[in-house]
Design a protein. Structure first.
Length: 482
């Protein structure tokens, strides 16, 4: 005689429906067992549980007892689950794999018969359709959120933000790390050196681990920081506040793109002297270094071209119909250097600037930024306390947030203390004014003997930006000019 495990499920909403109550299901199932001369091993009941998932106490208990009976019996297929995907999983992977058949009275579904096994195949088709429908619905949901400017949900929240009430909210301490990464990379540091710098300062990622070069790389490529939401290659304006301004983000994207081209062509590596300084005079987007060749293995031709003309990446394109052309690298580099050599340098201004700036400007900017962040954290704590006192936020929600703010405050205070020590040490390493004046008198010689990176440093010191149409129009940094 076959042993049967009876399974009954009823949701809260179904309890009042005729035929779906626990008693009604029990009576029909027991009567069916008597008609079949089956012995009832046990009755498993999930009272008040939805059929949308299978995490239920009675079904879990039944699965633990699979070796004790021969058949699982239900009144209707959806009593097991409303998801065909879950039904297939339970019947095929759990019941049949343990030599337990499955019977549903209402649909005459019996896996011990040829018809029942055929029905199992049909069920598998519908389960796959259900999976694909869920995937498509998830994609549509993520696309809708992106178009509304909302974070897509799931995965790790980008460092620099907290996810509160369905919104990305800037975390001042973590945002400081993001700003540091973009600044250092724009100034020429590589991924690994940036990671080392962050780790020396005691910074941590969102997972409370040390920074790695790959994490730095991902951060620099994340368009969330410039106020965009990316989904499936499309970019939408986000409802969150950006951490990085667009000018810096575009500059970093330009450097990343050039570095990628250089790396992929390392056997014939080319350095673009003006990368990060060029802007298209037609559409206003940035200009990047690029190369082309005629045929496989043919000679490479190096030039500058604007992102709109390239039509990629999408967030850099300002005018798909930009009338700009490409500029030969040698020609544009030569015209800019020629203008540089004709500059009237102001010795008096440089001497005055030297006397005023014996200390590192960047160090003091960092100090000012840290002090601003301390002030902002104090303001956030005060705002949270005001909300709590006004009864607008419960104590259990405020305590965790305030604890996090105090932890951030301690980290900033430690970094500020280290920075103050660094300022004192830095002031003891002044550059000789005589050396500077000697170099100014031999500018052309300096340029001729300078390495590529040294030439880049010179250009960045004298040039704010270069706007290119037919000819380059240079906006000079006037601090070193007559």
């Amino acid at each position: 005689m076959k042993k049967v495990a009876i399974y009954i499920r009823v949701s809260t909403q179904e309890q009042a429906k005729e035929g779906f109550s626990i008693a009604a299901q029990r009576d029909k199932l027991i009567a069916y067992c008597k008609a079949k001369s089956w012995n009832i091993y046990d009755i498993y009941i999930d009272d008040g549980y939805t059929g949308t998932n299978i995490d239920r106490p009675a079904i879990n208990q039944l699965l633990d007892h699979l070796n004790a009976f021969d058949i699982v019996l239900v009144y209707k297929l959806d009593r097991l689950s409303r998801s065909q995907k879950d039904v297939l999983y339970l019947v095929e992977d759990k019941f049949l794999n343990n030599n337990v058949d499955f019977v549903s009275i209402l649909e005459s579904f019996d896996t011990s018969t040829p018809f029942g096994r055929a029905m199992l195949g049909i069920l598998a088709v519908f389960a796959q359709l259900e999976r694909e429908t869920i995937i498509e619905r998830t994609k549509l949901g993520k696309e809708r959120r992106a178009k509304e400017g909302l974070w897509r949900g799931g995965g790790n929240i980008p460092i620099g933000y907290d996810f509160i009430d369905d919104q990305l909210i800037i975390n001042e301490y973590d945002a400081m790390q993001v700003k540091e990464i973009f600044r250092l990379y724009s100034e020429g540091l590589g991924f690994n050196k940036i990671a080392v710098t962050l780790n020396k300062k005691g910074y941590k990622t969102t997972n409370n681990t040390k920074w790695s070069s790959s994490q730095v790389s991902r951060t620099l490529r994340n368009s969330t920081y410039v106020g965009l939401i990316e989904y499936n290659g499309e970019f939408y304006p986000g409802s969150h506040e950006p951490i990085i301004d667009k000018a810096l983000f575009d500059k970093v994207a330009d450097i990343l793109s050039n570095n990628k081209n250089n790396k992929s062509n390392s056997k014939s590596k080319v350095n673009y002297l003006l990368k990060g300084m060029l802007w298209c005079g037609y559409c206003g987007t940035r200009i990047k270094g690029n190369w082309s060749s005629k045929g496989a293995g043919g000679p490479k031709y190096y030039h500058y071209v604007c992102y709109s003309k390239l039509k990629r990446p999408l967030h850099m394109v300002k005018d798909p119909n930009c009338p700009s052309k490409s500029w030969k690298m040698e020609t544009l580099d030569g015209e800019v250097v020629e203008q540089l050599m004709q500059l009237p340098l102001n010795r008096d201004k440089i001497i005055q600037k030297y006397e005023e700036n014996k200390q590192s400007i960047k160090t003091y900017e960092d100090k000012f930024l840290l002090e601003q962040q301390l002030s902002e954290i104090d303001k956030q704590i005060n705002r949270l306390m005001d909300l709590y006192q006004d009864g607008k936020i419960p104590a259990n929600k405020i305590s965790e947030r305030i604890d996090k703010l105090y932890q951030d405050k301690k980290k900033i205070e430690r970094n500020l203390e280290e920075l103050n020590s660094h300022i004192i040490e830095e002031n003891n390493h002044d550059i000789s004014l005589d050396e500077i004046l000697e170099l100014l008198g031999n500018f052309e010689l300096i340029w001729a003997e300078a390495t590529f990176e040294e030439r880049r440093i010179i250009l960045r010191d004298f040039i704010k930006k270069i706007i290119v149409t037919d000819k380059p129009k240079i906006e000079w940094n006037n601090k070193n000019l007559n």
